[in-house]
Design a protein around this ligand. Structure first.
Ligand SMILES: Cc1cc2nc3c(=O)[nH]c(=O)nc-3n(C[C@H](O)[C@H](O)[C@H](O)COP(=O)(O)O)c2cc1C
Length: 210
């Protein structure tokens, strides 16, 4: 198994997945990694819905695709590549995004990361108690040779998508991880230089530790 930093540096969004089933034993390992994460006050309000039912996934995919067609797609076409990413890589990313959108429901298993918040309104802190678990799951999937992507686009149609997922009142979804064996290879992640984003003592002053 690759060592930790190798895993971190190659945990990319893997959007082209094979339909081959993922053994429950591996899904369980991913979930165990998830609940090792930090969470506020150790209240563990996280809940995880494992979805394999094709009909449920298809219902959500309809909203996921609508959100691309109506909101995210047009934004993509007009935006510049992010730091550390060439135009060509960015265009490739966009075509992978389109691929995942079309095939979202065909990923053999989804983990929907949720919080049971009761009547409390979600805040920035709520996200802070679920995304560490999500990141642990991304890393665990990578370590097991499985591909996945942190997705949140269904939230543009939150009510409809959560109804399709059958979430009870007070429970909200924060991410859907479509998981499967990847078609491609795990390459290195592309990010900009640390020097552009890290400062020392005073905002804007270069960090001398680089
Ligand atoms: C908050 C958040 C929401 C995201 N939502 C989506 C999504 O809905 N669909 C998708 O394909 N990727 C989604 N991503 C994945 C990002 O596009 C991805 O992390 C970014 O492009 C970097 O990709 P890389 O790690 O492969 O370099 C999301 C990532 C984050 C952190």
């Amino acid at each position: 198994m690759p060592e930790l930093f190798e895993i971190i540096e190659s945990t990319r969004a893997m959007r082209r997945l094979k339909p081959d089933p993922v053994p429950d034993e591996l899904v369980q390992k991913i979930l165990r990694a998830g609940v090792c994460a930090a969470n506020g006050g150790n209240t563990q309000r996280w809940r995880f819905l494992v979805v394999k039912d094709q009909a449920i996934k298809k219902k959500v995919q309809v909203y996921y695709k609508r959100a691309l067609d109506e909101v995210v797609g047009p934004r993509y076409r007009t935006s510049a590549p992010p730091p550390g990413v060439t135009r060509e890589q960015y265009d490739r990313q966009h075509s992978a995004v389109e691929y995942l959108t079309e095939h979202f429901h065909e990923a053999p298993v989804w983990i929907v990361a949720c919080l049971d918040e009761g009547t409390a309104a979600p805040t920035r802190s709520s996200g802070a108690s679920i995304y560490p678990a999500v990141q642990n799951m991304l890393l665990a999937a990578r370590a097991l040779g499985l591909g996945t992507t942190l997705t949140t686009r269904h939230l543009l149609y939150e009510k409809e998508a959560e109804a399709a997922l059958g979430l009870p009142p007070g429970v909200h979804s924060y991410a859907i991880l479509p998981i499967g064996y990847p078609m491609g290879r795990f390459g290195p992640v592309g990010r900009g230089p640390l020097a552009d984003i890290v400062y020392e003592d005073r905002w804007g002053q270069p960090y001398r530790g680089l």
